[in-house]
Design a protein. Structure first.
Ligand code: 2BA
Length: 108
């Protein structure tokens, strides 16, 4: 068994979870925060047998879209000697996905 940990955009979460549930996969949704943008995102946990990993990956790939987000740099010293921040644009991935081996899976 594998555990898929997918960090996705909040706006894609409902649709992805709906598709996963329809396909019969169990999902846990966690509210998370990106360390860089310090903005909310969604982490989904999906426990799945090895044979179904590709199905889960396909659903994530087709549902989660990349987006441009604007953030500001941490304070830098300006030429005048004061502190200033600069806007920067980053591309947030459709999904950041980790797949880990599950040693055991027990339900009581
Ligand atoms: P954030 O940490 O808020 O990062 C959002 C986006 O900002 C990233 O998109 C990337 O394009 C950019 N970014 C992140 N760190 C950066 C840095 N030090 N310098 C310049 N740009 C930077 P993604 O890579 O698609 O990541 C989306 C979200 O997935 C991240 O939100 C974070 O919550 C999670 N994530 C990404 N890589 C991860 C990792 N190796 N481990 C754990 N979580 C990760």
């Amino acid at each position: 068994m594998k555990l898929v940990i997918a960090i996705i955009h909040d706006e894609d979460a409902q649709q992805l979870i709906g598709k996963l549930n329809e396909a019969g996969f169990g999902v846990t949704k966690l509210a998370s925060t990106g360390g860089f943008l310090k903005a909310g995102n969604t982490t989904v946990l999906i426990g799945v047998s090895k044979e179904h990993i590709e199905d889960v990956m396909a659903l994530i790939g087709e549902t989660c879209k990349t987006r441009k987000e604007v953030t500001t740099t941490t304070s830098i010293i300006s030429e005048a000697g004061g502190f200033m921040t600069m806007p920067i644009e980053v591309t947030v991935g459709g999904a950041t996905v980790f797949v880990v081996d599950v040693e055991s899976h027990v339900k009581f």
